[in-house]
Design a protein around this ligand. Structure first.
Ligand code: NAD
Length: 500
């Protein structure tokens, strides 16, 4: 994929074929660290393309649901092996399309590998339940059954992990898939399709339709033959999706924003807490739904913590994620960079103290990318917008707190509830925080990021709508329970009446 000459043209994947968008339109996928680099052209899909993909998935579902789950698992296992072999190439492509540093891109592909192996293992489980009937000579059990065509709408920040978190559980359960990836990162989804197909997943079982939200995404949410929508992205879009799904009572799962906090108590190991705040706040340039964008520090250690935190943030090197010396890549696009810059102004105007950063990085190696300095605001109050709203960039707001009770109130005092962390060496405080932090994920003496694929992932309040991804929780979302009673008594037995 050279930067000069004709760009490579990528296609949609529908019914096992690589096809152009029916309208013939395509859009550019450029490297956010160097916008001169054009990774390729991708189809700008519309309702027509989505319909074709849904038709293919609906047809394929008829057979796929009947393939024994252990056989489906063999395909996923092969896909995982292929991903392992291609990890380096896919990681480099991901860094080029999304900007995250190579080590993190490798982590993203590894998450996809982990999820694929994990769900392959589920092929020989997919446990239901058997339980005694209240009546004699009667057998009772509940089974999981697939639902049908699952529409998946994903963001750009975990270009391979998030689509895998949705696709692999859906597939192992016997559903078929139409994926609409984030418009900034279609290449990583292209790689996933390529891999699954080579692993033997039949035509029509997985389909890829790239394009934007209003044209491609919305068409998927509205399609009458798509009973399930799995979405990860912003709250604003999640709300639209909920509205689109409501009239037909579709099943939908929403994984949305976060305003995650690290609490640093006066008995914390400060070295560890600073390491955690740097990784949690500036890893993936702060563009993680679990990013630690707030830090609440006990006033007894506030000064010392802030000094060390700022010193470490100043030393972070922004740059091209493929360069080994880079700590932090660019923002994903110009819009996101502008949002970060706007929030820096908001923070200054509402009286927070800018301790480091605060500017776009320009000139030299930064001239062609969307780079921003690692930025820390101190002396924030919990009600400031920079301490309440999701920025999704390298900006951290630090607040002083006087007690665990106050820290927990601050932690829970936002509309989101994804991830929270506490640094303390006191077991009572650790367990109190674990109980009282109203978030889907809690870390003790570790930052707010670092989910593993075999544990449930998701959040409370406006982060989600009660579902969880990953682990067995994902199986719950992509199946429906069917309860089966087998009466072998040869007579009418009336529940609740004849057993009196
Ligand atoms: P976004 O909401 O702008 O886009 C997400 C996806 O929705 C994209 O594929 C987009 O094309 C599509 N979309 C947009 N409008 C649509 C519409 N009207 N109908 C259907 N689809 C539509 O979000 P983003 O900027 O790509 O991602 C950043 C957001 O994602 C942040 O808020 C972040 O917190 C969140 N996120 C959450 C999690 C989580 O698991 N909770 C994980 C990663 C990212």
């Amino acid at each position: 994929m050279a930067t000069t000459g004709a760009p490579r043209v990528y296609k949609n994947f529908i019914d096992g074929e690589w096809v152009d968008a029916r309208g013939g339109k395509a859009y550019e996928n450029r490297n956010p660290a160097n916008t001169d680099e054009l990774l390729g052209m991708f189809p700008a899909s519309t309702e027509e393309d989505v319909s074709a993909a849904v038709d293919a998935a609906k047809e394929a579902y008829k057979k796929w649901r009947l393939v024994p789950a252990p056989k489906r698992a063999e395909m996923l296992f092969r896909a995982a092996e292929l991903l392992v072999r291609r990890k380096e190439q896919y990681s480099k492509d991901m860094t080029r399309e999304m900007g995250k540093v190579l080590a993190e891109a490798r982590g993203d592909v590894q998450e996809a590998i982990d999820m694929t192996y994990y769900m392959a293992g589920e092929g020989r489980r997919l446990f239901g339940q058997t339980t005694p009937s209240e009546l004699p000579n009667k057998f009772a059990m509940s089974l999981r059954q697939p639902i049908g065509v699952c529409g998946m709408i994903t963001p750009w920040n975990f270009p391979m992990a998030i689509p895998s978190w949705k696709m692999m559980p859906a597939l192992i359960c016997g559903n078929t898939v139409v994926l609409k990836p984030g418009e900034d990162t279609p290449l990583s989804s292209y790689h996933l399709m390529e891999t699954l197909t080579e692993a033997g997943v039949p035509h029509g079982v997985v389909n890829l339709v790239s394009g934007d939200g209003p044209n491609a995404g919305a068409a998927l949410t509205k399609h009458a033959d798509v009973p399930v929508i799995s979405f990860t992205g912003s709250c604003a879009t999640g709300r639209r999706i909920a509205e689109a799904c409501a009239p037909e009572f579709k099943h939908y799962s929403l994984e949305m924003g976060g305003k995650n906090i690290i609490i640093v108590m006066d008995d914390a190991n400060l070295d560890l807490a600073v390491d955690g705040a740097i990784w949690g706040g500036f890893g993936t340039t702060g563009q993680r739904c679990t990013a630690a964008s707030r830090v609440a520090v006990h006033k007894a250690v506030y000064k010392e913590f802030v000094e060390r935190f700022v010193e470490r943030a100043k030393a972070l090197k922004a740059g091209d994620g493929l360069d080994s010396g880079t700590d932090m890549g660019p923002c994903i696009n110009e819009r996101q960079l502008k949002k970060v810059m706007e929030y820096v102004e908001i923070g200054k105007n509402e009286g927070a103290k800018l301790l480091t950063g605060g500017k776009r990085l320009e000139g030299g190696g930064y001239a062609k990318g969307w780079f921003h300095e690692a930025t820390i605001f101190g002396e924030c109050s919990p009600q400031m917008r920079i301490a309440q709203e999701e920025i999704f960039g390298p900006v951290v707001s630090v607040m002083a707190i006087g007690s665990l009770e106050e820290a927990l109130e601050v932690a829970n005092g936002v509309v989101y509830g994804l991830s929270a962390s506490i640094y303390t060496r006191n077991v009572n405080r650790a367990f109190t925080a674990t109980r009282d932090l109203y978030t889907g994920i809690v870390y003790i003496n570790a930052p707010t990021i670092g989910a593993e694929t075999h544990l449930p992932f998701g959040g409370t309040k406006q982060t989600g709508n009660g579902h969880r991804e990953a682990a067995i929780a994902a199986i719950d979302f992509f199946t429906e329970w069917k309860t089966v009673y087998v009466d072998y008594s040869d007579r009418l037995q009336r529940a609740q009446i004849d057993n009196a």
